[in-house]
Structures are given as C-alpha cells and as structure tokens.
Design a protein around this ligand. Structure first.
Ligand code: ZN
Length: 199
C-alpha cells in the first residue's frame, strides 16, 4: 500500500460505503484503489474508501483518460469525431467525456454527471464542467464552421475582438467581430472551435 492510499483511507469516516468516484453505494463489494504519485485530482473524490467495480476499472484503464468517449449500459465507445457525436447521442442516461489534454482525471466528473437530457446537460471537458445546450451548440457550431470555411484561423475565433488587420485580412464584418468578442467567455464556443478537426 503506498503512502497516498494510506492518506486517503485515514480521512475516511467509519462505515461509509460509497464509491469514491461516482458516489454509488458499494456495500462490501467495493475495491480499494491505489493512487500513483502522479494522481492529483483528489478534490474530485467523494467521501469513502472504496470504488465500485466500474469506476475502479475506469481508474486503472488509461483509455478513459486518453479518449473522448461515451458509455451507455457499460458499452464503451471512443468518439473519433466528438462534435458529430453531439448530434447523434443515444437516449439518456449515459456517460460522456471530452478531452483535449488526454491525461487529466476529468472522467471522474463525467461519472458524477451522467447525461439525463439531450437538450441540456453537463458536458465534462478535461476537468471543466460546461453547460451544454443543444440550440446554443448548433448556433455556435454554424458560426464557427462558416468562419473556418472562410479561412479564419482558430486563434482568431478564440481571441475575442479581432484587431483591425485581422478584420481586413479575413473579411470579417463588424457584427461578426462583436460576436467573437462576446463569445470569448462562452465555454461551449471554445468546445465548438477546439474539437473541430481543421486547424
Ligand atoms: Zn463508482
């Protein structure tokens, strides 16, 4: 047993039998999880000292950190085209996780925030929880694709108000520039641009 594991177990209240990742009751079937030194996402853990079988498996298997994925009724699917996947989601409930950095433990937030409605849900991207609203997503994606098709680089899409030389260079209208300024603070806008394959 390594030191980190010992530390976690000491913090635990006696008799708490809930999965430290998703919070489901595990009774006596839970598994102890040993945390490597590289694990820093303790703030995402819930009170308890064991994990349910599903989460213990997810913790051990790096595919849940390295991919964008969907899990429905324990069927794991890698999302090679995450933005398209958002148009083809199955009936809830299911788990959904997006990653750019491919190393963080945001999947823990994904198991804590299952998708229960397709119109509005918490989309977990790395370690951020983003409010996904389908209508907003469609509008943002249409705007982002229009600009990318016109040759506007992603950096300009995410940079807020474009400078005058960008406006001229990419033929951006004033309303488009103002919209880019307003979208800079929209996490869902960043998702639409970041997960687009074109660079
Ligand atoms: Zn669990």
């Amino acid at each position: 047993m390594d030191l980190k594991l010992r530390k976690v177990r000491v913090m635990v209240k006696k008799g708490s039998e809930y999965c430290i990742f998703c919070g489901v009751q595990v009774f006596k079937d839970g598994e102890y999880v040993s945390f490597p030194e590289t694990f820093t996402a303790y703030q995402f853990l819930q009170a308890g000292d064991k994990a349910c079988g599903r989460c213990a498996g997810m913790f051990r298997d790096p595919k849940f950190r390295r991919n964008c994925w969907l899990v429905k009724v324990s069927v794991f699917t890698v999302l090679l085209s995450p933005l398209s996947a958002l148009f083809e989601l199955p009936e809830p409930p299911f788990l959904l996780y997006f990653t750019r950095q491919k190393r963080k433990h945001g999947w823990i937030l994904a198991v804590q925030n299952p998708v229960l409605s397709l119109d509005k849900f918490i989309l977990v991207v790395d370690e951020d929880k983003i409010l996904f609203e389908h209508k907003k997503f469609e509008e943002f994606l249409a705007f982002s694709r229009d600009l990318l098709n016109r040759g506007v680089p992603k950096g300009v899409l995410l940079g807020g108000m474009p400078n005058p030389s960008s406006l001229r260079k990419y033929g951006l209208s004033w309303p488009e520039a103002v919209r880019l300024r307003d979208l800079q603070r929209e996490p869902l806008w960043r998702v639409c641009v970041d997960f687009e394959r074109r660079s």
